[in-house]
Design a protein around this ligand. Sequence first.
Ligand SMILES: [Zn+2]
Length: 260
Amino acid sequence: MHHDTHTMEKDALWEKHRNLFETLCTTDDLTGYFSCISDVSKGFGRTDRSIRCMDGRTPGGKHFAGSGILLANRRGKEFVLETLAAVQPDGIYSHEECGAASLVAGLQGLEPEAGEELGISWAREVAEALQVPYLGHLPVEAPFHSEMATYYDGTGRIDPIRLSDHIVPGFDITRQYHRTACDAQEELMISIGIAFGKTGFNERFTRERPFLVIVIGHTKDPELSVATLLEEVRPVVDASPHRDRIRILSLTPEQSWLTD
Ligand SMILES: [Zn+2]
């Protein structure tokens, strides 16, 4: 019989967020749902500008898978440095158990465990190149993934953990700073793969309780509007073997939520 060593911890985290998750799963008007949150602007407020992973366990700041290591694998280092420089970051983090770093380690023919060192050396390298501090290797609380959603964020401002009484933990893709759609789409694909992988909630997602892809449109830029971002997200979901257990939701924040 398959034995998952983290079953009890996973169950506990699933239970903790289950009510909210089920509410979101059955919501047809996400903008309306957000409008009813009294302190909604808190979730779109100013955070630091440090680069972190899209991993739901590394909240705050701006997010790129493995602090850009995944993008580097695809585009090369120079491309990533230009992309990250545009964020005007105030520092770079790596983190423990980084799925993106271990994926890249695997692609380089290394053991997945080598991802730990690879993630650190990558973040140090980027920090040095951009002349900002390397801010350290963030510890993660749980040795597995409890993301129930991926936030595909055209505003570059959502910080789901600040709205944790209202929305579920999720991967955070800072779509605003990606120079091309396909780079963000790759991160979305990887996030779905992790959620449905052996370290994610996987089989707990069903047709009735699907993993959520939450698209957040920019209020003004048509290239980052909900309509545009939905066109980016749909083909990724449609191509996923888990598409029957994924639901796409979208919202456009009101300008007043972004005033901070
Ligand atoms: Zn990571």
